[in-house]
Design a protein around this ligand. Structure first.
Ligand code: SF4
Length: 384
């Protein structure tokens, strides 16, 4: 790193195809029927661009994401990982550690994929909404069939191959009456790492089941109960939101607080080489204010040159104004840092804003639950 003001890239998100084999009703991606695929030839300009930039530190993670990354041939990744490793050797003498990660719906996992995952120690994230009837109500094939059994088949194969994975579960209003059942499902299936996303109003998904009257109380009750159950395992079940917020409450803000609103800490690249930064969801979105959120293309632009563009300057200025607003108005700023720009834009209509439904559910309510537990524990200690 040469410039002290530049924060190195932490997540390098590559969308090798917009296509997804499923048609989940809360998906935010607009072009998921397109079968376009990234060419392997694009990887050289992508990684040369990155390795020539000031954004490289000692490590970062490549996440293969959105549409469904496993709808690409497994041979694509064998070749891609090799190309990336060779370029890392040429440019960095392997001093930079690159972690490979795939976020998938899990339905296409077979032994060939497991062999690839083991060979390259790929970190796996599986989208699974817990109980079958909840998952199947939203995560469907294009013919409208549920996909829980297919995802669980993929998970069984990962387990048979001793491959570690985490689950990301989207909570809709349908999930909120079943905290015990969800907890039991994860425990009985040996799923020990879970992240909860809420049904967000974002991108092509223009309304959320969380906008329904009375959801806030049901969500709070769900999370209070789930927190109690997780605590009863002595935190053996790791819930991403609880872990991150507990850490921020107890030990202060770490580097991760700079995600999303810090330029180029996250870089997203589509199958054509177009790139964007800030929230990954922005890459494929159109905007009446900015046109879109594409800042350049790796074939003819550098990440640094993108910072000079009017579009980047306007977007960054508006995002930072939103963070300032949060800092001056929100008592949760010390554990949040200013939230997700994409959620602000798609819920409030502009980046220069503060509270969203997303931050109310994902930050404020959960922080209150954890703080209450910590305070109760301290009171108990004083009594004894
Ligand atoms: S919780 Fe919401 S309002 Fe508060 S700092 Fe975060 S994004 Fe801003």
């Amino acid at each position: 790193m040469q410039d002290a003001n530049i924060v190195p890239v932490k997540l390098f998100i590559i969308q090798p195809t917009p296509f997804c084999n499923l048609d989940c009703d809360y998906c935010y991606l607009p072009n998921r029927q397109s079968k376009a695929q990234m060419s392997l030839d694009l990887l050289e300009p992508i990684f040369k661009n990155l390795f020539h930039s000031q954004l490289i530190d000692h490590e970062f993670t490549v996440i293969w994401h959105a549409g469904e990354p496993l709808s690409m041939p497994v041979a694509f990744y064998h070749a891609a990982f090799q190309i990336i490793n060779n370029l890392n050797q040429d440019f960095n003498q392997n001093r930079c550690t690159i972690y490979q990660s795939i976020q998938t719906n899990g339905t296409l996992i077979n032994q060939d994929w497991c062999d690839l995952i083991k060979s390259y120690q790929v970190q796996m994230g599986i989208s699974l909404d817990g109980l079958d009837f909840i998952h199947d109500a939203h995560r469907k094939t294009r013919k409208g069939l549920g996909t829980h059994a297919s995802t669980m088949r993929g998970i069984s194969l990962l387990k048979a191959n001793n491959i570690d994975f985490r689950v990301i579960a989207v909570l809709t209003k349908d999930s909120l009456d079943y905290p015990e059942e969800m907890f039991n499902f994860f425990m009985e299936n040996g799923i020990k790492k879970v992240g909860f996303n809420i049904d967000e109003k974002i991108g092509a998904h223009e309304s959320s089941s969380f906008e329904t009257l009375g959801i806030e109380e049901r969500y709070r009750n769900f999370m209070v109960r789930f927190y109690e159950l997780v605590k009863s395992t002595n935190w053996d079940l790791k819930v991403r939101e609880f872990e991150k917020l507990k850490s921020k409450i107890c030990y202060g803000i770490s580097k991760e607080i700079k995600e999303q609103f810090t330029p180029f800490i996250i870089i997203s690249i589509d199958y054509q080489g177009n790139f964007s930064t800030f929230s990954p969801e922005l890459l494929s979105m159109k905007s009446s204010t900015y046109g879109d959120f594409i800042l350049g293309n790796v074939k003819h632009d550098t990440f640094e040159s993108a910072c000079e563009t009017d579009r980047f300057q306007r977007i960054n200025q508006d995002i930072q104004a939103g963070v300032d607003l949060c800092q001056h108005t929100c008592p949760y700023f010390s554990v949040c840092g200013g939230g997700s720009p994409a959620n602000k834009y798609f819920e409030n209509g502009f980046f220069d804003s503060s509270e969203t439904m997303y931050c109310r559910y994902s930050t404020k309510i959960l922080t209150d639950i954890i703080l209450e537990d910590i305070e109760n524990s301290l009171e108990l200690q004083e009594i004894h």
